[in-house]
Design a protein around this ligand. Structure first.
Ligand code: FAD
Length: 403
């Protein structure tokens, strides 16, 4: 996994070039068609691309060689993630999309041997998909210590009952990791919940619907499921780690996850920026004079370039520190990149849409897909306001303790 640092740094530029070529030659020509769907009809095509990626030795770049990957460290993988992010199917084709990548990390670090054999190995090979069910419609996901989903120990099993939503990629997944309360009496609210694996063919589990997002009910790995657990019985050895460790494990999962998301967003920014520049140059406004001659458009191009560059430097700096010191040591930086890059992403997509005029809001380019799909970036993995508050409180605390 990402902790493995055995990929030679001097070979990285050539590897990145291989990814760039694959993404631009194999994915750019088809990705708009695939995401405008119906997505499921493109699964055979995506499968053939995955086979091609495997044959080229590019599949699952975040995994160690022993696990079928390349053995990239966090910073190296971040650079690959930016390239894959330029296509909305990039991470899926290379089997490093959320939430699978986070679940792989969790099971790699904390799964039992049996869990790794049954769930991690097929996930790493891309034979199955997974999802992660924590957020509940009834409670504020921004402060997930409040959960109604219960997992009660009955003999050698857990009985799980609860209602979740925004379980990304639930449609067609083989299993979910569910966050449920096992220790309601624990003194700290952070020690009440646990993570438990639930196979999704369990009769006590139900996918109620793929939640439509801004007019589009995503399917398969693009879905966000509303799901129910009713008298859902799983063997007790489906617990990951210890009872009450759910939040501690969630923190481990989220740290590198925010680096992956931010670099994917920077990839989107680069593709969108390219579309914006091309349109500005090709759209004739006055006779023989393109849109690109207008100063407002030039400002948007310049501001976008500066913001994308700043984002990349900030995220890579955080990744380097995290690699060296661990996720806990870079809490401030993680919060900073999470809200900063999500904001840049929104601004760059919005400017590109404006430059495209009416074309920008059609489904004839990827802009409208990303505009809808990525609005969630300012909400998931902690809304902006939570990260800004975390950052400011931490800064102010340092002031107070330093006098
Ligand atoms: C695209 C997408 C994918 C997701 N995937 C998953 C998934 O796979 N699994 C999963 O379990 N969940 C998932 N989620 C859910 C996500 O984790 C929650 O949406 C998020 O934690 C926010 O919780 P909430 O939606 O309940 O908003 P609430 O907690 O109700 O917050 C609403 C708003 O209140 C404001 N707010 C909250 N806290 C503060 C604060 N401290 N200070 C000031 N303002 C505040 C913010 O503006 C926030 O947007 C996903 C969400 C999205 C949008």
């Amino acid at each position: 996994m990402l902790s493995t640092q055995n990929f030679p740094q001097e070979a990285l530029p050539a590897l990145l070039e291989q990814y760039r070529i694959f993404v631009s030659q194999e994915l750019f020509p088809i990705d708009l068609q695939v995401v405008t769907g119906p997505f499921k009809s493109y699964l055979p095509l995506l499968e053939s691309l995955r086979t091609k990626a495997k044959n080229m030795g590019l599949f699952a770049p975040h995994l160690s060689r022993a696990d079928g990957g390349i053995g990239l460290n966090l910073v190296q993988f971040a650079k690959v993630s930016e390239i894959l992010g330029q296509s909305p199917i990039g991470h899926y084709v290379f089997n490093c999309n959320a939430p699978d990548i986070g679940n792989m990390e969790l099971l790699h670090l904390f799964g039992s041997e049996k869990q790794q054999e049954k769930w991690l190995k097929p996930l790493q090979k891309g034979e199955i998909r997974s999802c992660f069910a924590m957020t509940e419609p009834k409670h504020a996901g921004s402060n997930p210590i409040h959960l109604s989903t219960m997992a009660v120990r009955v003999g050698d099993s857990y009985q799980i009952d609860g209602h979740k939503w925004f379980t990304t990629a639930a449609d067609g997944a083989a299993f979910t990791i569910v966050m449920a309360v096992t220790n309601p009496e624990a003194p700290s609210p952070y020690q009440r919940a646990s993570m438990i694996i639930v196979p999704l063919d369990n009769p006590g589990y139900k996918l109620l619907r793929n939640i439509p997002i801004m007019g589009e009910a995503g399917e398969d790995y693009l879905s966000h499921g509303e799901v129910k657990f009713e008298n859902c019985i799983v063997p007790a050895d489906h617990l990951i780690g210890q009872e009450g460790q759910g939040f501690a494990l969630a923190q481990e999962r989220l740290g590198p996850g925010r680096i992956h998301h931010c670099m994917r967003w920077i990839g989107i920014c680069e593709r969108v920026f390219d579309l914006m520049c091309r349109r500005a140059l090709s759209r004739e406004l006055d006779l023989d004079k393109p849109l690109a001659e207008k100063q407002t458009i030039q400002n948007w191009i310049a501001e976008s370039r500066a913001e994308i560059k700043a984002s990349r430097l900030m995220v890579l700096d955080t990744a380097e520190k995290m690699q060296e010191l661990g996720a806990k040591a870079v809490k401030e930086d993680i919060s900073t990149i999470k809200f900063f890059v999500a904001d840049v992403l929104m601004k760059v997509i919005d400017r590109a849409i404006q430059v495209h005029g009416a074309l920008g809001i059609t489904d004839d380019t990827l802009l409208s897909f990303w505009y809808r799909h990525e609005r969630g970036a300012r909400i998931y993995d902690g809304p902006d306001e939570v990260h800004k508050s975390t950052l400011a409180r931490s800064i102010l605390k340092n002031y107070l303790s330093n006098g």
